[in-house]
Design a protein around this ligand. Structure first.
Ligand SMILES: Nc1nc2c(ncn2[C@@H]2O[C@H](COP(=O)(O)OP(=O)(O)O)[C@@H](O)[C@H]2O)c(=O)[nH]1
Ligand SMILES: [Mg+2]
Length: 198
């Protein structure tokens, strides 16, 4: 896969608008401000492809990107407190609606901020992916903000919490600033896509 061949396809405001899934999909989930847009831009090596927001809670659509026969899906960020109830309802409709459809889920990247404990919604997201048996991994974001020792402590603590919820996913620490883990993510995505079509 040549990640430079990416282009924006479309944004959808309700799950009913989503086109049928004709090719493998790699989707990105995580709470608002976790660093989803930044990590996608790094994976593609394209600075402004996905908007990085200074105001959290902005992305309220599902955004599709096309790259070499794979659809990359930017899901709305969950868990932003300062958003109206009606908006929250629409976001969860989008996320739940997306996963309820019969789609070619090649890989879901569940993003969790390495600095914080996994939130209730982070745990629920991972638990959901586990229970549905979807191929997924957990990418810890913003690792540059912690020392190596702190990173290891946080990774262990969060993994313990996920294990208590019945999930033992592949995890890796990443940073969109230092590009830590970005090449590994690219490889894991490529492997997942090749396995999906088997
Ligand atoms: N230090 C650091 N900041 C990051 C990293 N990733 C994202 N950010 C910052 O976190 C904020 C939210 O990032 P964004 O990618 O828009 O998050 P999204 O809401 O999940 O899409 C922005 O101010 C980014 O510059 C990272 O790896 N390291
Ligand atoms: Mg975003």
């Amino acid at each position: 896969m040549n990640y430079h061949n990416v282009s924006f396809s479309a944004a959808y405001g309700t799950s009913g608008q989503l086109p049928p899934s004709a090719q493998p999909e790699v989707s990105f989930a995580g709470r608002s401000n976790v660093g989803k847009s930044s990590i996608m831009n790094k994976i593609f090596g394209r600075k402004g492809l996905v908007k990085v927001s200074s105001t959290p809670g902005k992305t309220s659509t599902i955004n599709f990107f096309e790259c070499d026969g794979t659809t990359f899906v930017d899901l709305p960020g969950y868990g932003y407190a300062k958003v109206a109830k009606s908006e929250k309802g629409r976001w969860s409709e989008l996320i739940e609606g997306y996963f309820a459809q019969d789609r070619r889920f090649a890989l879901v990247l569940s993003l969790i901020d390495i600095r914080h404990d996994a939130s209730k919604q982070d745990v629920e997201m991972v638990q959901f992916l586990e229970q549905r048996g979807l191929p997924y991994l957990v990418a810890f974001t913003k690792a540059d903000k912690l020392s190596r020792a702190q990173q290891q402590r946080q990774v262990s603590a969060i993994c313990r919490k996920l294990a208590q919820a019945g999930a033992k996913p592949i995890v890796l620490a990443t940073s969109s600033k230092t590009v830590l883990g970005i090449d590994d993510l690219r490889s894991l995505i490529a492997v997942a896509i090749s396995q999906e079509s088997l």
